[in-house]
Design a protein around this ligand. Structure first.
Ligand SMILES: [Zn+2]
Length: 337
């Protein structure tokens, strides 16, 4: 198995050759990832990027790692939360356009997409890399699901709204992804993106590495955008930002190590990819009977009252940092073609 793609001498976002490679992290215990920082757009990316095979093995291990001690009660709760968020997005979509085509890229089990589908007249489709999930989404949720990645699956339709949540930081060929993203959008179509802001998100990793204790990551955050890198990446493929900000400043002092906070410590018991890959599959998918799915749809905690209290109001009062300031753990961005 080829573990890595070719080493890059220029930034995949802005093409600058002004790169410094002075950060190393472990991707699970077994793999060392070197990261390059672009002085121009401030993106941080694995260089060389891990190959599709390595990412796919890492994802298998990750699913086992998360499911190890998970039971169906917790699974149900997470699905319910995703469904409620989908319901809230459906309301926004309805207000924007009565009908349209919606695509969620990297949709996990599809409950967010189900929430959208159940609450508006939009056509809902999904794109998911994992075959068992794609099968579940089609079979049990009745939502069309393309299996693969945006870089590999030729999608014939064009969409009016594409959801990309916690996705673009995992992409090993960002340019192909972005070109295809622009291609599948209708004129005036929108893409909504959530991704970590590398300036704050990687601040701890940098300090820990400098202190001699490189952290181990189990999530393959390999293409890390700064706000300006994201803006440029979208602009290059003909998308313009409609609305954006950063959020998540709660841990800002700890992340940047102000006042000696968030001091790096030696890493203990970092998990091994091989160990988790061979764990038996704890398949909670099978427990989603039609009754359980119906129970989810009518649960009191997917009601509008609950949505207002737990999702809509807290988001309204969330501190939104102007994207250009750079701080804030996450970037929110709505862009338009
Ligand atoms: Zn760059």
């Amino acid at each position: 198995m080829e573990k890595f793609l070719e080493i890059q001498s220029s930034c995949p976002i802005c093409h600058s050759r002004d790169l410094t490679t002075n950060l190393e992290l472990r991707y699970w215990r077994e793999n060392v990832l070197h990261f390059s920082d672009c002085a121009q757009c401030r993106a941080t990316f694995a260089n060389p990027m891990p190959s599709d095979e390595l990412i796919s093995q890492g994802n298998t291990a990750l699913v086992r790692y998360y499911q190890k001690d998970k039971d169906f009660t917790q699974e149900f709760r997470e699905a319910r939360q995703a469904y409620l968020k989908g319901k809230i997005l459906a309301r926004r979509l309805r207000r924007w356009k009565k009908k349209g085509k919606f695509l969620e890229i990297g949709c996990y089990q599809g409950f967010f997409a189900l929430g959208v589908k159940d609450h508006c007249d939009w056509e809902v489709e999904t794109l998911e890399i994992a075959a068992p999930l794609a099968q579940f989404i089609r079979g049990s949720l009745g939502i069309p699901c393309h299996q693969g990645t945006l870089e590999t699956v030729p999608l014939e339709k064009k969409y009016d709204f594409v959801a990309c949540y916690d996705l673009i930081e995992h992409i090993n060929r960002p340019r192909d992804f972005l070109v295809n993203l622009a291609k599948i959008l209708n004129e005036g179509g929108r893409v909504e993106i959530l991704t970590p802001n590398t300036i704050q998100d990687f601040a701890f990793n940098r300090r820990a590495y400098a202190a001699g204790w490189p952290p181990t990551i189990v999530l393959n955050h390999i293409m890390n955008f700064s706000p300006q890198a994201l803006e440029l990446a979208l602009k290059q493929v003909g998308l313009k930002i409609h609305r954006w900000h950063c959020f998540g400043v709660r841990h800002v002092l700890k992340d940047f190590g102000f006042f000696g906070m968030g001091k790096p410590t030696p890493v203990k018991n970092n998990p091994s990819m091989q160990e988790f890959m061979v764990l038996p599959e704890n398949s909670l998918l099978e427990q989603w009977t039609p009754q359980k799915i119906q129970e989810l749809r009518t649960h009191p905690k997917v009601s509008w009252g609950y949505a207002l209290l737990k999702e809509i109001l807290p988001k309204l009062f969330r501190l939104r940092v102007p994207a250009r300031l750079g701080i804030g753990h996450e970037i929110y961005c709505l862009a338009e073609k």
